[in-house]
Design a binder for this molecule. Structure first.
Ligand SMILES: CC(C)(COP(=O)(O)OP(=O)(O)OC[C@H]1O[C@@H](n2cnc3c(N)ncnc32)[C@H](O)[C@@H]1OP(=O)(O)O)[C@@H](O)C(=O)NCCC(=O)NCCS
Length: 193
């Protein structure tokens, strides 16, 4: 998870981005759940805050203001919500650059975890990055988040480097992980998690 949005400006240049952020909502079945996958909008933010509290033990690492600001960046960001009936059960966000897509956040409510919803959402973003000819998909993950790291590794993400003290609230390091979609010349040093 990205710690805050402003750091993205170091990496992304929206004005040079020609990527389409259109998204057609769809219904899918994952395990026993009939899920609706749709584009996020301001109206869903109260649901998102409920989801955050469930996932992060009552905390909301991203505030309502942060989400609203991010959702306005329609040109190069894609935020998808997953509902089962009227319950928000998961969401994923990504920012797209002509060469790189960056997963900014992903969360699945505890009751629905382990049912491959996270996997499905990441594959959606990876496919979108492929369609848009991106060279790679990147993300940051807390160094002690073994479940998430395992999921990313299964999808082919490689740990590249550690951002020391990235999450300042808990003084936790983050690992930057990259999934290469194309052969690349400069490869950051890979290390084992
Ligand atoms: C990380 C997260 C998004 C993964 O989503 P998910 O839908 O639970 O993950 P998936 O079901 O697609 O699968 C991930 C793997 O971990 C396992 N797993 C995930 N959650 C599990 C759970 N609660 N119990 C047991 N196993 C679990 C799955 O078995 C799966 O392994 P497999 O492919 O060998 O079967 C989710 O656990 C989550 O929201 N965690 C809290 C927020 C967070 O850490 N976000 C990531 C920020 S970088």
């Amino acid at each position: 998870m990205l710690k805050k949005f402003k750091t993205l400006n170091q990496f992304f240049h929206p004005e040079s981005n020609q990527i389409s952020m259109d998204f057609t909502p769809f219904v899918t079945t994952v395990g026993n759940n009939r899920l609706q996958v749709m584009l996020a909008s301001d109206e869903n933010i109260p649901d998102l805050l409920v989801l955050e509290k469930e996932v992060y033990s009552g905390q909301t690492p991203w505030s309502s203001f942060s989400f609203k600001t991010e959702l306005r960046k329609r040109k190069n960001s894609l935020y998808l919500f997953v509902y089962e009936a009227s319950t928000l059960v998961a969401f994923i966000g990504a920012r797209f650059h002509p060469r790189e897509a960056h997963i900014t956040n992903i969360a699945v409510v505890p009751k629905y975890q382990g049912q491959h919803i996270g996997h499905m959402l990441l594959e959606l973003m990876i496919e979108r990055a492929r369609q848009n000819n991106c060279e790679c998909v990147s993300l940051e993950v807390r160094i002690d988040n073994d479940r998430a790291k395992r999921l990313y590794s299964e999808l082919g993400f490689e740990a590249t480097f550690v951002r020391k003290n990235y999450y300042q609230d808990t003084h936790t390091d983050a690992v930057n992980m990259v999934l290469w979609l194309k052969p690349h010349r400069i490869r950051k040093r890979k290390f084992t998690l």
